[in-house]
Write a protein that binds this ligand. Structure first.
Ligand code: FEO
Length: 399
């Protein structure tokens, strides 16, 4: 099987998951990769494994380079099963001298695999392990995105093996950033950040600051998913810096579900109002857009208009589900407005406002409800709501 030498004596030996389309609720239309790396030296080191069902890909790739029994150390940068699922088999095969992990990694490995007899070697930030002519330095990255997560840095190669951080769910035959379409790459990187890391943005900011203060030189970032940043690792570092501040951009979203198209008519009118203010607008119907694609747009939008009719004194289930998903990811620093049609009770708009208030969005309008079907005058009110939201977005970038 094909392996890739990413640095002299360091190989990509992971697996491409061409088939996965759902990653615990996140749509992965392009599949993904589980990256694992083999570094040869006085001690042969394997960084991470792969999802259990793709373990034979990993083993075959390793066998094209060395006999797996010659692996001395396995570094577990992250315990989630997409990287550790094949670890028990790998441990059986290699009988490693050390399984290197963080303190929380140790705890989580025990809770996953119940093997107190494994040869754990616990490391923390600032610790290093010498493997002959090269060193592995460790940086704990707690809650990026699990308590056990850590980076491995090889200073002699200026190589950062970054676990989930800086990854993309992009299953390709290409291994490097300069080999793939740049807009697709950055879209997938943004989608990954939006759906996995948004709520950990304070930790991302802190980590980027401490990495800068440590003055470590990086000329390659090798994440556990997607392509390796060899041409321009600064591009993804800068993108993380921007995304982690939730600054947004001159962009408004109209996110809605509809029963008999009344709320949809309102959504289009709100979008017209936003557009009239020179704001870039995206209309997203939750019946056709996957929640994780909507969340990708939320990451860099400055204003959200949420529309939903009332059903059984509440919201339509797609909107309720989306709000639960978005709330969990904690986007901040947004303007909001709500609208929707109703027949007799009409609670949905109030509920949308409540959720946005809980998320500390700044509501620019009290909300707009329409009985059954909007007429021309009501649609004009929707346009006005869009204008108010658009003006708030635009003004926030002109201050
Ligand atoms: Fe790719 Fe958090 O595992």
């Amino acid at each position: 099987m094909q392996v890739y030498e990413i640095k002299k004596g360091i190989y990509w030996v992971g697996a491409v998951d061409w088939l996965v389309r759902d990653f615990h609720g996140y749509s992965t239309y392009e599949g993904t990769t589980y990256n694992a790396f083999l570094m040869l030296g006085e001690k042969n080191v394997l960084f991470d494994t792969v999802k259990a069902n793709l373990g034979s890909d990993l083993v075959h790739r390793i066998r094209t380079i060395i006999d797996p029994e010659k692996i001395d150390y396995i570094v577990v940068n992250h315990v989630e099963m997409d990287h550790s699922g094949y670890l028990p088999e790998m441990v059986e095969l290699c009988k490693p001298e050390k399984i290197i992990c963080s303190k929380m990694g140790h705890k989580n490995l025990l809770d996953h695999f119940h093997r107190p007899d494994w040869p754990y070697h616990v490391v923390g930030t600032g610790d290093a392990v010498s493997v002959g002519s090269r060193t592995i330095q460790f940086i704990e990255t707690r809650m990026l995105h699990w308590p056990d997560s850590m980076f491995s840095y090889i200073p002699e190669e200026k190589l950062l093996i970054s676990s989930d951080a800086f990854g993309q769910h992009l299953g390709t035959s290409e291994r490097f950033d300069d080999e793939v379409d740049q807009s697709e790459l950055m879209y997938q990187a943004r989608k990954y950040y939006a759906n996995i890391l948004t709520l950990y943005s304070p930790q991302v900011r802190k980590l980027l600051k401490s990495v800068a203060e440590m003055g470590i030189e990086i000329d390659m970032i090798a994440p556990d998913h997607g392509v390796i940043w060899r041409k321009d690792p600064g591009k993804i570092l800068q993108a993380y810096e921007n995304w982690s501040h939730h600054r947004g951009s001159n962009k408004g979203l109209v996110i809605y579900d509809t029963m008999w198209h009344s709320t949809e008519k309102m959504a289009k009118a709100v979008a017209d109002g936003l557009e009239s203010q020179g704001v870039s607008v995206k209309l997203m119907n939750l019946r056709v857009e996957h929640r994780s694609d909507v969340m990708t747009e939320v990451l860099d939008a400055k204003g959200l208009a949420l529309g939903c009719p009332t059903l059984n004194n509440g919201m339509l289930p797609r909107m309720a589900g989306f709000l639960q998903y978005m709330k969990g990811l904690r986007p901040t620093n947004k303007f909001g407005a709500a609208f929707g049609s109703y027949g007799w009770s009409g609670e949905a708009v109030k509920l949308l406002n409540k959720v946005m208030e809980e998320m500390k969005f700044e509501l620019v309008h009290e909300g707009l409800r329409v009985k059954y079907v909007p007429d021309h005058d009501t649609l004009k009110e929707c346009v006005e709501m869009g204008k108010i939201l658009g003006k708030a977005i635009r003004d926030s970038f002109e201050e």
